[in-house]
Write a protein that binds this ligand. Structure first.
Ligand SMILES: Cc1ncc(COP(=O)(O)O)c(C=O)c1O
Length: 401
């Protein structure tokens, strides 16, 4: 027998893998993307990333670090200059008094989420979150043997108020075995932004009950109501609350491929996160952290320009989608996604594959974001207006067939 035979669907080896892991389904977004990758003339709006490369001043910082020989292992929680810079960044944005002790640098937002969850969730615990939601947020607790309960975001009936969360429903969903609440705001896929009053109420409730709050704020800077940043849980992070805020360089500084993120947590908690960093990834790469310092200390103009660019793309996609009879697009003030319902379409995976094969337009099926996403489609609008119009022309023609 060869030592590198591939797995079959029921091999001795495969049967030894944990059920929790085997039960996690493959990404439906990737299922559509794999069908389209390598084809010519595709307009891909399926993944959540800007269509432009990382700005030159950030790339140059990494190149300079590499040329200077910055190729060694680093401290588990990140280098002090980056942790200082991230504390300053938080303080500038939110008027807080964070210090390096509050910051743990991670290898991406995803790694930050996993480390945060590993530090508080054990098998059998319950995590409550909203839905539709980015699928990784539901899969990661399951890898740890925890259960996930979801509370639906709903589209408000009166006027154009868009996606809403009933905060009482979320609170009621927190049974005695609930160990954590995860709030992703601005939200992927809906663009929903949690109002500051609801954040305050949730902090009070969670603190009283001893429940951890994990706030996924990777889209914090992508908000279109004129503010610099969405309402945040960062100001509530103290030694007397149980809050960890997840952030990332991916979306605000167009650095998806670099894999750099951070956690803002109460000071003592960071020492525990440090151990988990050692066992998961050891440390973030040194030259990548130098790029992070450039982004966070010199990147405000870039953040403002990107937001203005996405705001134009957002206006264009809203206008085009609202012109199409069968499309219902609820209002959303954050992130960079249009999440809309297509009348008469239940199976949006089949719809997305058909649209891709016949018109070359790559969108993400709503089912990828849980049953609550069924009947919806997600389009990432962090692309040029030209691409938006090309995608919308194709979609309009497809709907008229
Ligand atoms: C809600 C949410 N959280 C976290 C992430 C992780 O981003 P990254 O791992 O690139 O930092 C993403 C990426 O799409 C996301 O949508």
């Amino acid at each position: 027998m060869s030592i590198s035979q591939p797995f079959t669907t029921s091999s001795f080896a495969l049967n030894g893998i944990r059920d929790d892991v085997r039960d996690i389904g493959a990404s439906l977004i990737r299922e559509v993307a794999h069908l389209g990758m390598g084809r010519d003339n595709i307009v891909p709006l399926w993944f959540g990333e800007p269509d432009q490369p990382t700005p030159e001043f950030i790339r140059k910082a990494a190149i300079a670090a590499l040329e200077a020989g910055d190729t060694f292992y680093q401290p588990n929680r990140g280098i002090t200059p980056l942790r200082d810079a991230l504390a300053d960044y938080g303080n500038r944005l939110y008027g807080t008094s964070l210090a390096a002790g509050n910051i743990t640098v991670t290898v991406s937002g995803l790694n930050a989420l996993m480390i945060a969850m590993q530090s508080i969730l054990k098998a059998g615990d319950r995590l409550v979150t909203t839905a539709p939601i980015w699928p990784n947020i539901v899969a990661m607790p399951k890898v740890l043997g925890a259960h996930v309960a979801t509370v639906p975001l709903r589209v408000g009936k009166a006027g154009d108020i868009g996606w809403q969360l009933d905060i009482d429903e979320l609170i009621t969903a927190c049974t005695p075995d609930t160990r954590a609440i995860l709030i992703n705001s601005p939200n992927n896929p809906t663009g929903w932004v949690m109002p500051a009053d609801d954040q305050k109420r949730l902090v009070e409730f969670a603190t009283e009950r001893g429940i951890w709050l994990i706030a996924d704020e990777v889209y914090a800077r992508l908000i279109y109501d004129g503010s610099e940043a969405a309402p945040s849980f960062v100001p509530y992070v103290t030694d007397d609350t149980r809050i960890m805020v997840i952030n990332s360089f991916s979306k605000s500084w167009a650095m998806t491929g670099w894999r750099l993120g951070w956690i803002t947590a109460p000071c003592g908690v960071g020492d525990q996160l440090e151990k988990l960093m050692e066992f998961n990834v050891s440390c973030p790469a040194g030259f990548v952290q130098q790029a992070g310092i450039a982004a966070v200390t010199q990147g405000e103009d870039f953040v403002a320009q990107s937001r203005a660019r996405y705001q134009r793309a957002r206006a264009a996609i809203i206008e085009r989608l609202r012109d199409m009879n069968r499309i219902h697009l609820p209002r959303a003030d954050g992130a960079f996604y249009a999440f809309f319902r297509v009348e008469g379409v239940d199976d949006t995976l089949a719809f997305a594959k058909d649209l891709l094969l016949s018109k070359g337009i790559g969108l993400a099926p709503g089912e990828a974001f849980g049953p609550e996403g069924a009947g919806h489609i997600r389009a990432c609008y962090a692309v040029s207006e030209g691409r938006i119009h090309k995608a919308m022309d194709g979609l309009a023609k497809f709907l008229k067939r």
